[in-house]
Ligand binder design. Structure first.
Ligand SMILES: [Zn+2]
Length: 797
């Protein structure tokens, strides 16, 4: 077990804090701070070395034990129950008084806690800039997790004036990785294959148990243990003014990407935040140029439209989110990048070629060898640049942070004053989960205690309406006002087209409105009635659960009751290609305590398909049938279902089995089962039709058992999805269609006429069995609680 100095008894919420390490060790520090080499036996970030999670946490425990500048805290457990750690790094006097500085920052985060101008002056004078650096959330982007050891050692031991000043003015919350499980998955795979022809491959599994790469798509939803713990640590405890999220990109483009970011910007991000992110990026880029590092790009590729990533979410908490993307090596093995490879390099937004210079890319890298040391060097320089800024402009950062929070408390006539969340008895559990997701981010929620009149709905004034007792209200006059608005409002993505007329692909999805994804009834509040509403501020999710008539939960985000009336035997296809859609499906089933079995390629090939229902998550036909390439992966992981597996699946359905396909995998079923169904969007150019991720409206045939519990219209998630024409309605029933008009509810959809009235959910007869075709994504990133019941209905025997 890891032993860390106790941070503070205040953190009673934190599940497990190692309390070992006595007061005596805190003042003594008899032993010198060990070098990483002396502990690990190699220098981190050197070629073909990798420290796994036990080694990383062990090194940090040694820093904790030997340095008065470092304290390590466990803030939770990962999905696979590994310790999730944060290292506090600062000057010794700050480390001894962490709780004091945490309280100062908490007050600056919520100006209502500051009682006088004098108190504010005191807080601003004494406070430290709270900075978080988080490494390798994406585990194959592994170098930063290794670099974090070197960064921590350097900050713990350097005696130069610049470092000492940085440590005095800032408190660094260093997260060696927010995905410990993935560090081990990658380390184990890399070590096993080092020196073989598989050395440069990625692991044949998701590097986050449920989400894989999508673990950076959960930061407003909190479906994953890691996001739950870090969100609580950030936005209920420490409120970092600056959050730096360290990533890697592909190998063949620029060497490094920094803010300012590309367009479009989310209109709910405070302009000052965008400016500060740009300023920080330029400082980092400038320091890299001064160190003669070529290939650094700003204002490229990544926009700030989408809400839910590690560096995006801080904007909605008045904090500066910074993302960097270093060109990758092959895990920890160096690469040779020729000019030809760079010429073929991916064309990205804001950068025509990695070989040509431009104002946002003044020093093109011309090729050569590229390894983990190159990546680590860049990341060390950029991390120090960030800390220097945080130190030199400490007062400015704290003042801006406070002022942004304060301005969010003032009423804005153009925006709603809040949102009513109705307590629909048919959706108790989903309503409670929705409220818990908001409270988990530190959002304030009130419960209305008696029927109250408010002006609701519409765009500006609303109409007088009665809000029933037991409803909830989320007011916008709170420090994270922009978070409230961005999660409740409909998104309207600006049409952005290339000169060819084709859509310019956004960084992530275009719309995410949470009440629509979860199908929760809400209304905007424009004016309160004349009689003040009696209301109670919720301090615990169990207060909401109780008033919804639910039993209290014993742990945060507890599992939900199994919604199935029958007990079908369920098989879920799990490919070695690592399908994120499979992982999210697994999470939805696990969250609802629905038993299932993962079915592998070899199970399909051996006809081990003894299930009532088999689910194939959203994957391409090629990926399902061919799987991983046998030239690149050992035989046990290579090949997909193969023709044999496809035949066996066909026989399984013919004999009475049920096959359920999500989104892209419908294409597989339509082709391989020769269904009388056509995806009308196939081959349509993005200048004609485009929807990269939006909420759309479905018209539902409520008489069909698959639509049990649904109303005639319901929101659903479309993400580069499909739309069906059915040529033989005697064999295939349409259960839900995209609305005949005004189908877009939130996001971006060009050429809507292509999908209007087309089938979104179909049920095909096949032999004695059935095939359920979801053209859309009913379990998108475990966010679309509104359409989960379609899946549950499809699974019933
Ligand atoms: Zn990444």
């Amino acid at each position: 077990m890891l032993r860390f100095k106790s941070v503070s008894t205040h953190f009673v919420l934190v599940a497990s804090i190692a309390v070992a390490g006595s007061l005596a060790t805190r003042t003594a520090y008899a032993k010198p701070v060990p070098t990483p080499q002396s502990v690990l036996g190699f220098e981190p970030t050197s070629d073909r070395t990798i420290a796994d999670w036990p080694q990383i946490t062990n090194y940090f425990a040694q820093l904790d034990a030997t340095s008065d500048r470092v304290k390590v805290q466990e803030i939770g457990k990962s999905t696979l129950v590994k310790p999730l750690i944060v290292a506090f790094i600062s000057a010794p006097e700050n480390i001894r008084n962490l709780e004091k500085y945490r309280r100062i920052n908490q007050k600056l985060a919520d100006p209502r806690m500051v009682n006088s101008p004098e108190e504010l002056q005191g807080l601003l004078k004494e406070g430290k800039t709270i900075v978080s650096i988080s490494c390798s959330i994406h585990s194959t982007e592994i170098v930063a997790s290794q670099m974090s050891i070197n960064l921590a050692y350097q900050l713990a031991t350097a005696r130069d004036a610049e470092t000492e000043e940085m440590l005095k003015n800032t408190i660094l919350l260093l997260i060696p990785s927010p995905n410990p499980d993935g560090v081990d998955i990658v380390a184990n795979w890399y070590r096993k294959n080092l020196g073989t022809k598989y050395e440069t491959t990625s692991p044949p599994e998701l590097y986050h148990h449920y989400a894989g790469h999508d673990n950076n798509r959960d930061w407003f939803m909190l479906s994953l243990k890691e996001t739950q713990s870090i969100t609580r640590f950030f936005w209920q405890q420490w409120f970092p003014e600056i959050v730096y999220d360290v990533h890697q990109q592909g190998a063949n483009g620029s060497r490094f990407i920094l803010p300012p970011f590309f367009d479009p910007a989310n209109p709910r991000i405070a302009p000052l935040i965008l400016r500060e992110a740009g300023l920080m990026g330029y400082k980092m880029a400038s320091d890299l140029e001064a160190a003669n590092i070529a290939g650094v790009a700003t204002n490229s590729t990544y926009d700030t439209w989408w809400h839910g990533g590690f560096r995006g979410t801080p904007y909605f908490h008045n904090s500066i989110g910074i993302l960097s993307e270093a060109a990758s090596a092959s895990l920890m093995s160096p690469l040779t990048i020729t000019r030809e490879r760079l010429e073929r390099g991916t064309k990205v937004r804001g950068l025509d070629s990695p070989l040509e210079t431009a104002t946002n890319f003044p020093n093109a890298w011309q090729g050569g060898t590229w390894g983990p040391r190159d990546i680590a060097r860049i990341e060390m320089i950029s991390s120090r640049a960030l800390l220097q800024m945080a130190s030199k402009f400490r007062l400015r950062y704290l003042t801006n942070f406070y002022e942004l929070g304060k301005s969010n408390l003032l009423p804005q006539s153009k925006d709603p004053q809040g949102f009513v969340v109705y307590a629909d008895p048919a959706k108790k559990e989903t309503t409670a989960r929705f409220l818990e997701i908001l409270m988990g981010q530190g959002m304030e929620i009130h419960r209305i205690e008696q029927d109250t009149e408010m002006y609701l709905g519409g765009e500006t004034t609303g109409t007088a309406s009665k809000v029933p007792a037991g409803s909830f209200v989320v007011f916008t006059s709170q420090p994270q006002r922009n978070n409230v608005l961005s999660l409740f409002e409909k998104q309207t993505y600006p049409n952005r087209l290339k000169p060819s007329g084709e859509a310019e692909v956004p960084y992530d999805v275009a719309g995410w409105t949470l009440p629509l994804q979860m199908n929760i009834d809400t209304a905007s509040v424009w004016k309160l009635g004349t009689t003040p509403a009696a209301m109670v501020k919720l301090t615990d999710i169990n207060q909401a659960r109780q008033s919804l008539g639910l039993s209290p939960q014993t742990e945060p985000f507890a599992k939900l009751p199994n919604p199935l009336k029958t007990a079908p035997k369920i098989g879920l296809y799990k490919s070695f290609t690592g399908s994120m859609d499979e992982g999210w499906t697994r999470l939805v089933l696990d969250t609802h305590q629905i038993p299932f079995t993962s079915v592998s390629d070899s199970d399909f090939r051996a006809a081990k398909l003894d299930y009532d229902a088999v689910i194939i998550p959203s994957m391409s036909e090629k990926s399902i049938v061919d799987g991983l390439d046998a030239d690149r992966y050992p035989a046990q992981f290579a090949g997909g279902l193969g023709e044999k597996g496809v035949d066996n699946l066909r026989e399984y359905v013919e004999k009475g089995g049920k096959l359920i396909c999500f989104d892209s995998s419908c294409d597989f079923a339509i082709n391989r089962f020769k269904l009388p169904v056509k995806d009308v969007l196939k081959g349509v150019k993005s200048s004609e039709f485009y929807n990269p991720g939006s909420v759309v409206r479905l018209d539902v045939d409520t008489s069909n058992p698959l639509a049990k519990s649904f109303k005639a219209q319901t929101p659903a998630y479309f993400i580069d999805s499909a739309a069906f024409d059915i040529s033989d309605p005697t064999k295939v029933k349409s259960v839900a269609k995209y609305a005949d008009k005004d189908a877009l509810l939130s996001g971006w959809m060009m050429g809507e006429k292509y999908v209007n009235g087309k089938t979104a959910l179909a049920e095909a007869e096949y032999g004695k069995g059935k095939i359920v075709l979801f053209a859309f994504r009913p379990q998108h990133r475990s966010q679309t609680y509104g359409t989960f019941p379609f899946i549950f209905n499809a699974l019933e025997k």
